[in-house]
Design a protein around this ligand. Sequence first.
Ligand SMILES: Cc1cc2nc3c(=O)[nH]c(=O)nc-3n(C[C@H](O)[C@H](O)[C@H](O)COP(=O)(O)O)c2cc1C
Length: 193
Amino acid sequence: MKILALSGSTRAESFNRRLLDIAVAGARQAGADVTVVDLSEYEMPLYNQDFEYSEGVPEAAAELKKLMVEHNGLLIASPEYNGFPSPLLKNTFDWLSRKQTDHEPPMFAFQNKIAAVVAASPGAGGGTRGLTILRIYLQNLCIMVLPGQVTLGQAGQAFREDGRLHNDQIQKATESLGADLFEILQKQSDRLD
Ligand SMILES: Cc1cc2nc3c(=O)[nH]c(=O)nc-3n(C[C@H](O)[C@H](O)[C@H](O)COP(=O)(O)O)c2cc1C
């Protein structure tokens, strides 16, 4: 079972990336093969239909789409910007939703994908509002989203030097979310076989 993990923030000290790393560790402990993607290595222009018609899908989007197709599950961390998921995340998924040939089925990159989502924020809300919108967006892309999620508030004070959280309960919940995703992917795979 292969899981692709990505953070909607590429900020050097990103809280979301650090929270994602905990969920990734949980998935790996459960046995998952996880690829962590740094979106700064997949630079794409802001989606523009004229650009797409004249230049086609950017190389970075095509590469990431291929990677997406090769994975069964998604672990996504998203910052909350004014109550919404980050524009980086939305732009990336918008590009990946585009067909590269006339025969490509709609939402090809996202077929049979199951995702788990987490968010971290220096504020008290922990990015919960952003995840509500992110869920709707991912479902529009035909991605199933696990009902469980983790939000981490006051993220500036939440992490220990070793990357773990001071709060054991949230640490365990984040690891468990990664493990749950892996187990559900395994069940889905058994059903499809
Ligand atoms: C334009 C903008 C809007 C923001 N809006 C929110 C918000 O609605 N809720 C929130 O909790 N934090 C908000 N923040 C603060 C972010 O949560 C904070 O910058 C966070 O560190 C971003 O995630 P990262 O640490 O993974 O980069 C906002 C930040 C920016 C730049």
